[in-house]
Structure formats: structure tokens, C-alpha cells
Design a binder for this molecule. Sequence first.
Ligand code: FE2
Ligand code: FE2
Length: 182
Amino acid sequence: MKNNMTAANLRSAYGGESMAYQRYKVWSKKAMDEGFKNVYRLFNAIAYAEEVHASNHFKAHKDLEGDFLVPSMAGFGIGNTSLNLDKAISGELFEVNEMYATYIKVAEFQQEEGAKKTFTWAREAEKIHADLYKEAKLAVDSGKDVSFNEVHICSVCGYTTVGPIPDKCPVCGADTTRFVTF
Ligand SMILES: [Fe+2]
Ligand SMILES: [Fe+2]
């Protein structure tokens, strides 16, 4: 870690992911209260993926110790599950299209390989999160729970799938034993 801008981006991403974790935990309970058990499971699983991202960003920043103010994008509010899914979708898309898209370019330019890797892993998962939340929102808006139930998360990179657990994580290459099921 040699460059200030990539370091600041790692801290901001760490802050954003940490708050996403908490926000999704709150929204998962709200989904449970409204009777959407699978949406509860989805928020809970994705919260864990964000925790994986936050800890990877934190570790990538390990050479720079100290106290820092951390600005990062954060959605606030507890609406109903449809509104919460809306906010979740826009947060994920912001990360995919703006935040990680540019953080990866900066890390590349500054030859910060560790940061580039953790940003890239996160961005790949966020694309899937946006799609899964969109599917959940369609179901909830028609008065139903989303149809998938088990959600599998790679504990190394946060890759997320509602299909079968892959032999090898398509993002980081970790084997099946590293997946956690919600
Ligand atoms: Fe996400
Ligand atoms: Fe992975």
C-alpha cells in the first residue's frame, strides 16, 4: 500500500460495506416481520457477503495503521420490504457502476494489486446482489415471497449464488468447503 488515493478508497469501501452489512441485517428482520422468509434469508446472506468484502478491504489496508475519518455512501431508513429492496438495488448498482468501477481503475493506475483484487472481488458479487434483489422486488411487489430459498456465499471473496454450490468459486477459485449456506 503505497498510494494515498487507493488507501482512501479502501477505507471508504470498508466503511460502505460495514454499513451495508448492518443495513441488510435490519432490513432482513423487517422482511421476516412482513412474512417474506426467503427475502429475510437473502438480506441475511448478502449481509455476510458484505462482511467478507469489508474484512478483505480492511486487510488490504494493513500496512497503514492509524485513525481516519471515513466518508462513504450509506442509505438510511427502514421502509417496508419493497422500499428496502429498492434502496438495496440502487446501493448495489452504485457500487458496480461508479464506486468499484472507478476504484479498480485507480488501483490499476497506481499498481496496487491487493486493492485491485479486493475491489474486483466485491464488484463481481455486487452485480449478482443487484440481480437477486431485483428478482426479490418483483416477487414482493406482486405480494409473494421470492422463489429461491438457499443462498450460498463464498467466505473468501463474497461470491453469491442461489444455484448449486460450484466445485470452484468462479471469482476467486476457492473450493466448495469455503461456501456458507443461508
Ligand atoms: Fe452487495
Ligand atoms: Fe470466492
